[in-house]
Design a protein around this ligand. Structure first.
Ligand code: AMP
Length: 284
């Protein structure tokens, strides 16, 4: 069922009940990674007897783009996305207009972004304002859809930690369910933006996950960061960051690093495409 307006959505929620669905927020351009989230949401809703089932949103959120050109070219194909979601078990797809998400009276504020989103060298430094936009849209979608739980992919590791911190900070009362990162057969993390890669770039892009593998052969965080950077540079990939951080706080590792969960995180650049990837470190 495709819901386009707040009254469509409210009619759906009235029939199914408040806090009775599992939400999957997306920006569309859907691929197997997104569909894994939808299937997980549907399974959780079924297990818990939530009448609303899995509800996916498709909304290209203007406030999280730092480059207007990136926003304009972002893939849009609502009919295909809705059909894919239905096949993956979604009960509904809500595709609101920008005016419904952000009424022109300016009443939808940007919440203070949690510490984990503001750390040096990671997303906030390379995409200023991006995490503010993410926090704003997530809070607003939760307010509109009123889900019991929401599924977010581990592909965007810092975003996942940020949303978890936002929910705690703002008392949003939505359970956040992480979903595993889905890759192409050659290791490239699936992403809506991969379609912008030329065939030549596409063969280089797999070296981002190659860098994570190269890093895993090292035994110290410093050695891993060096190995990841060397691997990326050797394949002509630009580097926004290639780091090993505390998996939850995303802080640089301290004295107690051996006893903390850790994550290797890479964002590389290939032409106009940013490629994000991450993995547990050392091996899970
Ligand atoms: P997006 O449409 O790119 O904003 O992503 C919507 C949701 O899908 C986010 O929670 C992402 O982390 C998740 N996602 C995107 N790509 C993948 C992937 N390859 N594997 C797992 N989750 C993903």
């Amino acid at each position: 069922m495709l819901l386009r307006t707040p009254s469509d959505l409210n009619r759906f929620l009235e029939e199914r009940g408040d806090r009775a669905c599992v939400l999957v927020p997306t920006m569309g351009g859907l691929h197997e990674g997104h569909l894994t989230l939808v299937r997980l949401a549907a399974a959780v809703a079924r297990e818990r007897g939530l009448a609303g089932g899995a509800v996916a949103t498709v909304f290209v959120n203007p406030t999280q783009f730092d480059q207007p050109s990136d926003y304009e070219r972002y893939p849009r194909g609502l009919d295909d996305d809705a059909a894919l979601c239905a096949r993956a078990g979604a009960t509904a797809v809500y595709a609101p207009s920008a005016e419904d998400v952000y009424p022109p009276d300016g009443s939808v504020r940007v919440p203070p972004i949690p510490e984990v989103a503001r750390l040096p060298r990671l997303e906030d430094e390379h995409r200023p304002g991006h995490m503010e936009g993410v926090c704003q849209v997530v809070k607003r979608l939760f307010e509109l859809v009123r889900p019991a739980a929401a599924v977010f992919g581990e592909k965007d590791w810092q975003q996942l930690q940020t949303v978890q911190a936002l929910v705690a900070q703002e008392g949003l009362g939505v359970e956040i369910i992480p979903a595993p990162l889905i890759r192409e057969p050659d290791g490239l993390a699936m992403s809506s933006r991969n379609r912008f890669l030329t065939p030549e770039q596409r063969t280089v892009a797999r070296e981002v996950s190659g860098a994570l593998r190269a890093g895993r052969r090292e035994t110290t965080p410093g050695g891993t960061e060096r190995a990841m950077r060397e691997h990326l540079a050797a394949h002509g990939l630009g580097i926004d960051y290639a780091v090993v951080r505390d998996a939850e706080t995303l802080m640089p590792l301290g004295e107690d690093w051996a006893h903390r969960p850790k994550r290797a995180l890479i964002t590389a650049r290939l032409g106009s495409v940013r490629l994000l990837d991450n993995a547990p470190w050392p091996d899970a």
